[in-house]
Design a binder for this molecule. Sequence first.
Ligand code: ADP
Length: 201
Amino acid sequence: LKSPYSGGHLEVIVGPMFSGKSEELIRRVNRSVIARQRAVVFKPAIDNRYHVTRVASHSGQSAEAVAIDTTANARAYLSGEGGLFGLPTDLPDVVAFDEAQFFDAGLVPLALELADQGARVILAGLDLDFRGEPFGVMPELLSRAESVEKLTAICMVCGAPATRTQRLIGGEPARFDDPVVLVGAQEAYEARCRVHHQVKY
Ligand code: ADP
């Protein structure tokens, strides 16, 4: 039995930074690999946090991954088109996407197609951005998923369960309209609860 669901389905893992989304994705993927299922993990090429060809969690676990620019690259990889990454392949048992919030809108139809074809599709990502607003494709994935897990981190101010990601620039809460990429700025992110999550306007 592959899963509690018959055939393919979508599993979404969300929460703030440091809530263990990558840990949970890696745990699910590594279990399936131990059970001799074929798994492919994709991650956005912009995230080369630790390794180019692995996904890594903040606590050190990792799994093999393919870094891609667009979901079209994932399609090409899975169909073996154009020899982009390798040989033609059969549909893997498990297809996982880490940092799913950074993928383009094509992730939704791709995930649905893979599930319809019988794959277990695991998608991990931030449900909210640093402003506390729904992040990119995540709302639609959450709606369409068979299974949703919302993880929490620990608030760095009070120790309560943290559901938000605090963005700090030079030690101060970031402004609502601060650009997502700030060149040369001293930036940091912290897990915070609703009470201690601050956004300047
Ligand atoms: P995510 O993918 O959600 O950013 P990771 O799986 O990469 O999370 O990392 C989770 C790990 O982060 C935890 O197991 C813990 O070691 C570490 N960590 C760092 N700060 C915190 C925090 N404030 N609350 C909980 N875990 C934290």
